[in-house]
Design a protein around this ligand. Structure first.
Ligand SMILES: N[C@@H](CCC(=O)N[C@@H](CS)C(=O)NCC(=O)O)C(=O)O
Length: 216
């Protein structure tokens, strides 16, 4: 297998997942700041042009972070970060979708059309007039998450897993690009610190992140 790696919260979350699993894979760096992910040879591996992706030994390429993490979990089930039975896995997927639809999706759309506009203007259809609304939707989603996790340590229940890794890496990134979560969300704030204190949180930061002033 080969992991196509780069700066960014999405590759970071797969790195954090692998660190938690104790997995190490050969990797190839792709320079997203220079747009190498939008050119050959990367487009032959992943025509969608986004990072990260995982090339399997038979040449097939899996993209989308949660699909990559689920594949890695099937290769190495322990420790279970997606779930150890069908109900646990479904519960993780439910929380991943909730976080993505209500928080991280609108947050990253607001970033690309707002603070990240210079980088993304020739890469995506941007909607600058929607930036404030997307950011507001992400804030509302964070408040809903805050209420939902009252009384428990982790997003999907009693144990740490992929939903925590996914939400943490994206929310941490948001804080560095002008969309910090409101600390009045006390449950989210203590959950965030709980995940940040895991060694994998700092170890998963890309070496180029500091230069770009990013948590990614
Ligand atoms: N939904 C995708 C998101 C991938 C994504 O947006 N990756 C960013 C890096 S964090 C990227 O490739 N940015 C550069 C670009 O879009 O050109 C996933 O889960 O992998």
């Amino acid at each position: 297998m080969k992991f196509y790696n780069s700066l960014g919260p999405n590759p970071r979350l797969v790195r954090m997942f692998m660190l938690e699993k104790g997995m190490e894979l050969p990797s190839e760096e792709v320079d997203i700041m220079a747009g190498a992910n939008r050119q050959e040879p990367y487009l032959s591996a992943n025509p969608w042009g986004e990072m990260p992706s995982l090339e399997l030994d038979d040449g097939r390429v899996i993209a989308e972070t949660t699909a990559i993490c689920e594949y890695l979990e099937e290769q190495q089930p322990a420790p279970a970060l997606v779930g150890s039975d069908a109900a646990e896995r479904a519960n993780t997927r439910m929380w991943l979708r909730r976080v993505e639809i209500h928080i991280t999706g609108p947050m990253t759309d607001a970033f690309r059309s707002g603070a990240g506009q210079a980088m993304f203007k020739d890469r995506r259809h941007l909607v600058p007039q929607a930036v404030d609304d997307w950011a507001a939707i992400a804030r509302e989603g964070t408040a809903r998450l805050d209420a939902a996790i009252a009384g428990r340590d982790f997003i999907a229940g009693d144990s740490f897993g992929l939903a925590d890794i996914y939400a943490y890496c994206l929310i941490d990134f948001g804080g560095g690009v002008g969309q910090p979560f409101d600390p009045a969300n006390a449950n989210v704030a203590s959950w965030f610190q709980r995940i940040a204190s895991r060694p994998s949180a700092e170890k998963s930061i890309h070496p180029a992140a500091a230069a770009g002033g990013m948590r990614a």
